[in-house]
Every structure is written in C-alpha cells, then in structure tokens.
Design a protein around this ligand. Structure first.
Ligand code: DHE
Length: 572
C-alpha cells in the first residue's frame, strides 16, 4: 500500500504481538508472529481484542500493512481508536459479532450511508479486503504522540522571509491563481486562472486534504493527512515552498489569522491525531503553541481522548478561529489577540453544539457559522457575535456534507445557506437573516432533490455573480452520477442541467467545485486513478458549456482546488 505515513509506536506493535505471544496461539516459527487468537482459543482472554470472531489470525507483517491501510482509508471516518464519528464504532466489541465474511462484504461493496466500496472500486484488492475485515476485529494499536518539540524539530524555513519577493509577480493576476491538490502523488499544482496554464508543481505532505490562504492571499498553506504543512509563496515567479513543518501525525484542517492587524501573522492546524490545535507563525510556520482538544463529549460527559479537530474557519470580524471539536460536539472560539510570539494568552470560549461536527462555512454576513454534525443529520449554527449556539437544526436529509456550503440571496426567502448530503439526494436551504427575514431564520426553508436515488454529494458551490448552484456526487455508486455535476437555479431551485464530463474522463469522479475570481467560471476536478492523469474542467457559468479542459502529465488525482481570491474572502 505504498509508503508508511504514520510511524506507529514500536511499543504498541510489540504489545499487540506480545499479547498473542503470551497467549501462545497461532502458527509459530514463521518469523511473522501472529496477532489474534488461534481457533479454539477463548477469544478476549486478554482485552477485548484478539483474533477475528471466526479465529482468523494476523501475522505481524499483516498487522503492519493493515495499520497503514487503516490510516490511509478508514481512520478519517471511524477514528484511529475506532470509536466512530462519520462512520460507526468499529471496535472489536462491535465487529466481532458480525464476523469476517459480513465485514468483507461491507468493505468490498460499501453502503448507501456513505461507506465507500473499497473493493469494487479497485482501491483495495481481495486480499486487502480480507485483511481489513480481520484487522478491525483485533484491538486497535496505540497511535504515536507528537509534541511541540517534535514539531519544532521537523520545522524548516527553506527561503527566509528577507529573501522572498517584496512585490507580486508583475503582469500576473495572481489573485486568480488556483491551488490544486494532487492527492495521491503528494503534490500541489498552481494554475494561473487567467491563462489556465500550470505554472508550478510543488511537493507537499501525503494526500493533502485542503489548502487555505493567508489574509493577504500571498501564501497558500497546505495540510497533508500526515500533518505536514507546507507554505507556498505565490509572489515568486514560479511559486514554491518556502517553509514546512509536521504539526501532527494525522490532520485535515488549517486556517490563518484574518482579523485586521493580524493578517498573515498566524496559522492554525487541526490535528486528527494527536487531537490538538497547533499554532504556527504565519510567514515561517514556526510552531509556537499546541493545545490538546481531548475533552468531554456533550451527551453524557464522557471523556473522549480522540476528540479531533474538524473544520476551522477564521473570523473576519474578531481575532478568533472557530474550531470544531468533532467527537466532543463543542465549537471553540479561540482568541489569538493576546498570543504574541506564543508566550501570551489564548482564551477559548466553548460552545456546546452537537456531536460529530465535520465541515461547514460562514453565512453571507460572516456572523453565523454553520457546520454539519453529519452522523446526527444536523447542522449546528452558532452566532460568533453573541458567542452562542443558535440552533442544532435537523436538515431533513441523511449525513449533511456542505464543504463550506453555498450562500445565496433569494428574492423571497432572503439570505440562505445550503448543504447537500452524503446519504440522501436532498439539498437543504436554511435561512440566515434573523433581522431581515425573521420568519425564515435558521429554519429549513426549502429542500430539493437531486435526480436519481441516493446521495453521494460532498460539495456544493455558488458565487454572488452566478445564477447557479453546483453539486457534485463523487461518492455515488452509480458511475454516471459520480462523474456528473448537477446545476440548480438559484431562484426557482429547479434542477436546470446535468454537466457530463468529457468522454475521455468518463468514470473519473467529478469532485469539488470552485469559482474563478470573477465568478463566471466554475472549475471541477476530474479525479481518476493514480495510474492515469486527471483534469480540471472549466465550465462557463452562463452557458453551462465546457469552456476549457486543463490537462498536464503531472495532474494526477486532483481532489480539491482553491481560488486565491475566493479563499481569502471566504466567498462560497
Ligand atoms: Fe475531506 C474538507 C475531513 C474525506 C476532500 N474534510 C474537509 C474538512 C474536514 C474533512 C474536517 C473541513 C476542513 C476545514 O474546512 O477546515 N474528509 C474528512 C474526513 O475525515 C474524511 C471523511 C475521511 C478521511 O480519511 O479524510 C474526508 N475529503 C475526503 C475525501 O475522500 C476527499 C473527497 C478527497 C481526499 O482528500 O481524500 C476529501 N475534504 C476534501 C476537500 C475539502 C475537505 C476538497 C475542502 C472543501 C472546501 O471547499 O473547503
């Protein structure tokens, strides 16, 4: 399964193997010590783990492979400790009663609730599927920690601030650059949105998840699934990495300080493992503060070690970051105004919201933040001015997944924010203007269905200059839906057109949507396999016709793309 991104604790691996060695079961002398109970052994005599329900064994080598596959493919939804979040709890107590054959079927075929079809899609082969079905019946090994000291020792400034350009590249509309994630090759492409030319390919962390910009727009920050952050300077003639740091072992989110007076000063990384917020200096990535997010969940007050950081957004009106603590169900407003060089104070206001927070974005006014608690079918809405929860709103769909959502001003309903769903074909529109449209505020004012059964939607996007709302469906098992984009009319909400991707990219997933700076082009990633190249498809927002296809031998597995201007201003 490729390189190991996660250096698991030798001690934990040894422990896992040691448990079996102590239990004295399984084939011996092969050099690969078995993990799990041999048939006939009383399962669970040491801990809840052991072998699979039907006694299948994992050798030490299989254990290593399985840990890497689990980290790459499963941990995001189920958690490294397997207690569940977007996906269900898959600790041995839940998985063992189901048995290996049943688990293989789920891993191979996926489910209509959003579990990908890992086997059918060709991502995992039959051997891997079998291995993972057995692995999730064994106790999860302890994942490694990552301290501020570790972060500091991984930190590198490749181009000192004084040696960087003092002005933007002449003659370039750099605020219309796009940063494109090339997921499986650990790179990011910088594309000039005007010329549609790839101007730079920059190395990044493993399977970069998102890009965000500094408040000035000059820097792109990338966050890899391995917690590696790279800082890309867009003022260079050929944009390149100027600093890097590994801020966690597993991460998904990053943002920067956008409040007046703090532009480009700080970046904040959200760790999945360890579950932390790490604050970095904005122009060098020097780590200056780390704060654990392990906490007590809001349902019953149980301590959650793996309380991970999901979405982070930067408040434009206050010196705060809005940090979503997934498993705890809390939204933290983190005030960085007194942090200084890391020695000062960070104050945190904790808002009880809903468990399993995932992704979300601002309303048009940037006062309200709306985030999906996807495993609860809810959107939590907070007011960043009063620092209070407004509502946990049932979306009426299954597993809301907005990305950052889509904002529009409807002639009848006023300002609305919209989300699609992974588990159903609903697109839900929520009123966000309590002053101007109090009757609609924070209610579902409209729900429309995308064509065809099932969900599979991940991202939804619009722009103030556009009359359209665009929805992808990359997780839909039907390839003809997964490679299409669905366009809704902003006023009537009607499904206006389905954009099909060009013939040579059929079967690629059409994923993630982003407008150019002027809001007259919508860009879509055609996400194929690592063995081939993908593309960026540019559609004209007025005519809904394909306007350009950006290809390049290096454009492999594009999964997300971010326009500088729209990311700085949080336009979506
Ligand atoms: Fe994402 C956003 C987590 C799978 C592409 N994804 C996010 C955010 C989180 C998250 C918490 C919000 C970040 C923010 O705003 O600060 N994503 C996760 C997962 O835990 C999950 C379900 C499983 C995993 O192991 O990572 C997951 N995500 C995926 C994918 O499979 C996608 C399609 C491709 C990939 O990277 O593997 C994918 N996620 C994205 C993208 C965004 C994102 C492109 C940014 C959306 C935006 O417009 O801002």
């Amino acid at each position: 399964m490729g390189l190991r991104r996660f250096t698991w604790l030798a001690a934990s691996a040894a422990l896992a193997v040691g448990f079996v060695a102590a239990s004295g079961c399984g084939p011996q002398g092969s050099g690969n010590k078995p993990v799990g109970n041999a048939p006939g052994n009383a399962a669970g005599t040491a801990g809840t783990g052991g072998g699979a329900a039907d006694g299948a064994l994992l050798s030490a080598a299989e254990m290593e492979t399985a840990k890497d596959i689990y980290f790459d493919r499963c941990a995001g939804c189920h958690g490294v400790l397997r207690k569940g979040a977007t996906g269900p709890n898959i600790e041995p107590a839940s998985t063992k009663p189901k048995g290996t054959e049943y688990l293989k079927k789920i891993i191979n075929d996926g489910t209509d609730k959003g579990m990908p079809e890992w086997g059918k899609s060709g991502t995992l082969n039959a051997q891997d599927v079998d291995l993972m079905a057995r692995y999730i019946q064994v106790d999860p090994p302890a994942p490694p920690e990552w301290s501020l000291k570790d972060m500091k020792s991984s930190h590198k400034v490749l181009v000192p601030v004084a040696q960087r350009p003092s002005a933007p590249p002449p003659g370039r509309n750099w605020q219309n650059y796009f940063g494109v994630i090339l997921r499986d090759v650990g790179k990011v492409a910088i594309i000039d949105g005007d010329t549609k030319k790839v101007i730079s390919i920059v190395k990044s962390g493993f399977a970069v998840h998102i890009l965000r910009t500094s408040a000035s727009g000059r820097y792109f920050y990338t966050i890899g699934r391995d917690g590696r952050v790279t800082l890309i300077d867009l003022w260079m003639e050929k944009p390149d990495t100027v600093a890097e740091v590994k801020a966690a072992n597993d991460a998904r989110s990053i943002d920067t300080s956008k409040f007046e007076g703090f532009e480009d000063k700080y970046a904040i990384v959200g760790g999945y493992w360890p579950p932390v917020m790490a604050v970095l200096k904005g122009d060098t990535l020097e780590p200056i503060r780390v704060i654990s997010t392990s906490s007590y969940e809001i349902d019953e007050g149980t301590f959650v070690r793996e309380a991970r950081v999901a979405a982070i957004v930067s408040d434009h009106h206050h010196p705060t970051w809005v940090v979503n603590i997934k498993e705890a169900g809390q939204i933290w407003l983190v005030d960085y105004s007194k942090l200084g060089d890391g020695e000062g104070t960070v104050s945190i206001d904790q808002i009880r919201a809903e468990r399993f927070l995932h992704d979300g974005g601002w309303d048009t006014s940037k006062r309200y933040f709306l985030v999906a608690a996807n495993a609860r079918n809810k959107v939590s809405i907070i007011d960043t001015q009063s620092q209070k929860l407004v509502k946990n709103l049932d979306t009426g769909g299954v597993k809301p997944h907005p990305g950052r959502g889509a904002n529009l001003v409807h002639p009848q309903f006023g300002p609305l924010w919209a989300t699609g769903h992974v588990g159903s074909n609903d697109v839900t529109f929520i009123g966000t203007d309590p002053d101007g449209h109090p009757d609609n505020a924070f209610k579902v004012v409209k729900k429309v269905q995308l064509p065809g059964d099932g969900g599979g939607n991940l991202f939804i996007k619009t722009h103030p200059n556009s009359q359209h709302i665009y929805c992808d469906r990359p997780l839909h098992p039907d390839v003809t839906l997964a490679d299409s984009i669905f366009v809704l009319d902003k006023n009537s909400f009607e499904h206006k057109k389905t954009l099909t991707i060009p013939e040579q990219f059929r079967g690629h997933k059409a994923v993630h949507l982003e407008f150019n700076k002027d809001g007259n082009e919508i860009w879509v990633c055609a996400w194929g396999k690592k063995s081939g190249t993908g593309a960026i498809l540019v559609y004209d927002d007025k005519t809904l016709e394909l306007k350009a296809t950006i290809t390049d031998p290096e454009l492999v597995t594009p999964t997300g793309h971010f326009n500088v201007w729209n990311t700085v201003k949080d336009i979506y």
